[in-house]
Design a protein around this ligand. Structure first.
Ligand code: NAD
Length: 463
């Protein structure tokens, strides 16, 4: 007999071969509302728990991550396609992030006396927001998740964490490890599901929404939050440019930038998405870049030696095909790759296009795949103009041995992060933020700890 209960399930697919790994019960509206109520009820007690206790739970969470490292890496690779070596790198760097939060939270959240000594004192305290909704992307689930849920928990918030549907098993593992570490069940809860679950979470009366994902979804979330005046922080996509000056050591720069464009199959928010090369070295740079990409091993992401695996999402293949078709029709030259690899799963060739320009989608829209356009420029002026010709502003880089030249160029480029002779990197010690369609707000650094608090003003006058 039909009971009236309907339970949707999220199917977890292996992008390397299209097989179903397993399916997971999706949280529906009623389940999400219930999780919210429990998070809301649990928050005052968690906020009143001494910071030392909250820090101790995150220390134990780190121990769990270390203990389960091999399995966690395999799960991530299986459900998202990231080559196993790169999954392990992500987990190693997660531990570094956790160390940063463990070291810096106490001083970042300490009350400040900004005026004292007389009859009037002025103080600032950092109060938790309350219940935080953390909606996350799949490409680096340990990074983009922990940037939010770790400082949010340490600051005394309860967290409803919705991992991407393409990293559900990783999200559930994070939930298990939090519980094992001693975080109370209602203080950190995982919500399984896709966009509908994210929408249902945002519609709860949460006190802060912290989103990592695409501009298109971010714009919807910002619109949903606006009438409620709820804090909404958005870490979105990019079309990150790099300029290679004429005075570089070409092979070294090409090697570094090929890695910046192709690591994680180009599925990094700060992946190199556009390269501008000074005309004096352009041809040599292309040769060295293509040689480096050709040296990458493509194949089974479970093998340690694999550098390029499948794409996490099948649909992205059509986006890449469309961008390449558009560029070639408008005169670009395909010097490497250019098409899907015909086998089960979501495979696409590492692709390099030259003779590109800003009339082409490839140089304007996020590719989020192993595809790069390289454009020749006459001088620094032209490079700066093209780098700024974008709706995004996540990162930008310059390669040159001349520090003054690099600083002068980067000072004129609009981006949240600036790189000199490096790319595609995030440091826990520095703020991570974007301009324009790359988002609002920030994570990481001590500012990214305070982001999960409401600074409260105290005016204290002695009678
Ligand atoms: P996405 O926007 O498709 O999904 C992100 C999350 O939002 C997922 O959990 C998804 O289930 C959820 N979602 C989808 N529709 C929703 C809705 N209507 N309401 C609420 N939630 C909804 O993005 P993605 O494919 O997971 O991630 C790729 C994008 O994320 C790229 O654009 C990438 O550049 C960006 N990204 C940015 C950063 C950063 O730090 N700036 C980091 C990683 C990824």
């Amino acid at each position: 007999m039909w009971t009236g209960c309907y339970t949707a399930r999220v199917k977890i697919l292996n992008p390397a071969d299209g097989s179903v790994i397993r399916d997971v019960v999706e949280d529906g509206d009623a389940a999400i509302a219930k999780k919210y109520s429990r998070a809301h009820a649990a928050q005052p007690e968690w906020a009143a728990t001494p910071l030392a206790t909250r820090l101790a739970t995150i220390r134990r969470f780190k121990e769990e991550v270390t203990r389960r490292g091999e399995d966690l890496a395999k799960t991530l690779t299986r459900e998202m396609g990231k080559p196993i070596r790169q999954s392990k790198n992500e987990l190693d760097a997660l531990r570094e992030r956790l160390d940063f939060f463990l070291l810096k939270t106490r001083s970042a959240l300490a009350p400040e006396t900004v005026l004292g000594g007389g009859k009037l004192a002025e103080r600032i305290t950092h109060e938790p927001l309350g219940v935080v909704a953390n909606i996350s992307a799949w490409n680096y689930p340990y990074f983009v998740g922990s940037n939010v849920f770790v400082p949010a928990l340490l600051a005394g918030n309860t967290v409803l964490y919705k991992p991407s549907e393409h990293a559900t098993l990783t999200g559930l593992a994070i939930g298990e490890m939090m519980q094992k570490a001693g975080v109370p069940r209602d203080v950190f809860q995982v919500i399984a599901g896709a966009g509908a679950a994210g929408g249902a979470l945002v519609s709860q009366p949460v006190d802060g929404v912290f989103f990592t994902g695409s501009y298109a979804t971010g714009a919807k979330i910002a619109a949903a939050c606006a009438p409620r005046m709820v804090k909404c922080q958005l870490e979105l996509g990019g079309k990150d440019p790099v300029y290679v000056c004429d005075d570089v050591a070409v092979p070294k720069a090409a090697e570094s930038l090929a890695d910046g464009a192709m690591y994680n199959a180009g599925q990094s928010c700060c992946a190199v998405e556009r390269i501008y090369v000074h005309e004096r070295i352009h041809d040599r740079f292309i040769d060295a870049f293509v040689a480096t990409v050709n040296s990458y091993k493509v194949g089974d992401p479970m093998e340690e030696s694999t550098y390029l695996g499948p794409l996490a999402r099948a649909l992205q293949i059509e986006v890449l095909e469309g961008q390449i078709r558009d560029a070639v029709e408008k005169g670009a030259k395909l010097v490497l790759g250019g098409k899907r690899i015909e086998r089960a799963g979501n495979w696409f060739e590492a692709s390099v296009l030259t003779g590109v320009n800003h009339e082409m989608q490839l140089m304007r829209e996020e590719s989020f795949g192993p595809v790069i356009g390289i454009q020749k420029v006459a001088n620094d002026e032209e490079a700066v103009e093209l780098m700024n010709d974008t709706e995004y502003g996540l990162t930008a880089g310059v390669y040159t041995p001349d520090e003054a030249r690099a600083k002068e160029i980067l000072a004129r480029v609009r981006s949240g992060s600036a790189y000199w002779n490096c790319c595609d990197g995030v440091s826990p010690r520095l703020p991570w933020s974007g301009i324009g369609h790359s988002g609002v707000g920030l994570t990481l650094s001590t500012y990214g700890i305070q982001a999960f608090t409401r600074p409260r003003a105290w005016h204290l006058r002695k009678a």
